[in-house]
Write a protein that binds this ligand. Structure first.
Ligand code: ADP
Ligand code: ZN
Length: 214
């Protein structure tokens, strides 16, 4: 089963994708993670996207479609979770074509709904483990007092360069302008399920499970 987690920045897509990876052996394809890796490893493409990402603007369709194309051609999986992709109608069309070329289908799109005030609060409180990517939140899931990641024992934690109020405002506006039309796009294809992204991690996961197994 191949699914998209759709929602604004901070909706919890990455957190929920990680649960699905653990429970169902699916593979998470996050274009945000891929772009950050390219940036950290200092590739040419990484240099091109670094500034765009720091501002909170969208990287070109060509770049992100290229990243997904390469993954779909090389990674074999019992199901993909697309996280942060597609973000434009052109990307959505491209994903449909790429999956078709691999003899695969897109099965479900889960829209995670969270209001803007909650998003800002979540994102400005967010940090991740530098080793395994486990997500922490100053308010709801603080880094343990011993300073060690509960998942892997790592002791370095990072905050994203674009998790500040200015970039966040841009990311939210990009979401409403470019990405939210995908809600209608997938609704019309009868693939859309909606979940309330404001609950606890477990409560949201339960709703997603229901949506996927329906
Ligand atoms: P968010 O928390 O905003 O959902 P992501 O980690 O998914 O963050 O993406 C971070 C940044 O990477 C975006 O603000 C954008 O600059 C870039 N990016 C990620 N995925 C895409 C995409 N599919 N199309 C264009 N740009 C993307
Ligand atoms: Zn860790």
């Amino acid at each position: 089963m191949n699914i998209i987690l759709l929602g604004p920045p901070g909706a919890g897509k990455g957190t929920q994708a990680r649960v699905l990876v653990e429970e169902r052996g699916m593979v998470q394809l996050s274009t945000g993670d891929m772009l950050r890796e390219a940036k950290d490893s200092g590739t040419e493409m990484g240099r091109v996207v670094a500034d765009v990402m720091a501002r909170g603007a969208l990287v070109t369709d060509e770049i992100v479609i290229g990243l997904i194309r390469e993954k779909l051609a090389t990674v074999k999986a019992n199901g993909f979770i697309f996280d942060g992709f597609p973000r434009t109608l052109a990307q959505a069309d491209a994903l449909g074509e790429l999956l078709e070329a691999e003899g695969q289908t897109l099965d479900k799109v889960v829209e995670m709904r969270v209001d803007d005030t909650a998003l800002v609060a979540r994102i400005t409180a967010r940090s991740t483990c530098g080793m395994c990517g486990e997500v922490y939140n100053d308010e709801t899931k603080p880094i343990p007092a011993d300073g060690k990641c509960t998942n892997c024992g790592g002791t370095e934690f990072k905050r994203r360069a674009d998790d500040n109020e200015d970039s966040l405002r841009t990311r939210l506006m990009e979401y409403y302008k470019q990405t939210s039309p995908l809600i209608g796009y997938y609704y019309a294809k009868d693939m859309l399920s909606r979940v309330d992204g404001l609950g606890t991690i477990d409560a949201v996961q339960a709703e997603i499970r229901t949506a996927l197994d329906a």
